[in-house]
Design a protein around this ligand. Structure first.
Ligand code: SF4
Length: 378
């Protein structure tokens, strides 16, 4: 995985949800039914103008499965020429809007990976998270996907609510690992600015779980998933061997990607750009032949190298010095002060070959404090 490659990823953002979850900071709207048809038409126009080949395609959101079957058919049909056996093609789905018809359409269209927003298998925790599905619907969505032919299924789980207890979390993860899934994304709830949860936190109406409890839960869950054959290959991601998300590995290697849709970002050759985070204006821009790009920045080679280090260190395999030099032109050991500090703090360790230092990677403790490590290496 530590190879330098120029695979380009395609991301398509569907910024619609049935209801807005109180912890979510992604750009999406809950009352956009009247806009979905013209949004898909705008996406089709953008897709028509693509010139690259892609090694991975990811339709995310938002909630792609809020689109109607007909809209999804149009969207997936327009991607036909980019789909191939070697392309990892993922669609995100939420339990309440995933139907057998949509699953069949995905499979017929070359989608080979489905990522289901389960979040929890406890009805109480789902209600606390403001989710509109229950655990039975979540399990049914996984089973239906498997029954209809998906071999590569991810589910997302979230921990970090005040009442979360290590034993009940472990029981939940145990149940999740018993489902026919190949990949589990396990996130710790964060209180992002601008969300209802953040405002409640500031007003003292909710309290996050204590750091020690969250750390304990995370470590226990990671150990448990490891014992069930889910390799801990990135801070929040666990996969059965060979089912690591290639799309996300490209992000963590700071590889190039093209983002389509409102608020989607693109990155290539040190240039990052983002589309306008306003569905109506995005559609109007596309329809009038204007660029929907609302910002573009050229990163300096040093900044780009810093970002590569900050992203890549999140993976279990860490950063090989040779890989980093080839990819960025910079020597990672030149960051001796930051690296020395992180090693002393027990957050990273050296990778060695024949006694020589060949790179760095996170320690078990480092996985818990990865944001600190990334900040230091930026
Ligand atoms: S369904 Fe997903 S994208 Fe939509 S509001 Fe909830 S967490 Fe955010």
């Amino acid at each position: 995985m530590n190879e330098v490659h120029d695979a380009r990823a395609l991301y398509i953002h569907i910024p619609f949800c049935r209801s807005k979850c109180p912890y979510c900071s992604f750009y999406s709207i809950a009352d956009g039914e009247g806009l979905t048809a013209s949004y898909v038409e705008a996406l089709l126009k953008q897709i028509e103008n693509l010139s690259d080949r892609f090694s991975t395609i990811y339709i995310g959101g938002g909630t792609p499965t809020v689109l109607s079957l007909g809209q999804l058919k149009k969207l997936l049909g327009s991607l036909k020429k980019y789909v191939g056996r070697s392309v990892e093609f993922t669609v995100e789905a939420n339990p309440e809007s995933l139907t057998a018809d949509k699953i069949k359409l995905f499979l017929d269209s070359g989608v080979n990976r489905i990522s289901i927003g389960v979040q929890s298998l406890s009805d109480g925790r789902l209600a606390q998270l403001g989710r509109i599905h229950d655990s039975k619907t979540a399990v049914n969505a996984v089973m239906l996907s498997r029954k209809n032919g998906f071999r590569n299924i991810n589910i997302d789980l979230i921990a970090g609510l005040l009442e979360d207890h290590p034993d009940s979390m472990k029981a939940e993860v145990e149940e999740a690992a018993g489902l026919p899934v190949t990949h589990i994304s396990f996130y710790i709830l964060s209180y992002e600015k601008g969300t209802p949860f953040y405002r409640k936190l500031k007003r003292g109406e909710i309290k996050p779980a204590a750091d020690e409890i969250v750390s304990y839960i995370y470590t226990e869950v990671a150990d448990f998933l490891g014992s069930r054959g889910f390799g801990h290959y990135e801070v929040s991601n666990f996969a059965k061997k060979g089912f690591e998300s290639r799309h996300n590995l490209n992000y963590w290697a700071n590889g190039p990607y093209t983002g389509l849709g409102s608020s989607a970002c693109s990155y290539a050759g040190g240039v990052r750009s983002g589309n306008i985070a306003d569905i109506g204006r995005y559609i109007a821009d596309i329809n009038t032949g204007k660029s929907p790009v609302s910002f573009r920045e050229k990163l300096s080679p040093k900044r780009s190298a810093g970002e590569t280090a900050a992203f890549k260190v999140r993976t279990a395999e860490g950063i090989d010095y040779g890989w980093f030099k080839k990819k960025t032109g910079f020597n990672l050991p030149d960051k001796a002060e930051a690296i020395g500090k992180l090693v002393t703090e027990g957050l990273i360790k050296f990778k060695k070959k024949g006694g020589a230092r060949t790179g760095i990677c996170l320690t078990k403790k480092g996985f818990l404090f990865c944001d600190i490590v990334s900040r230091e290496l930026l």
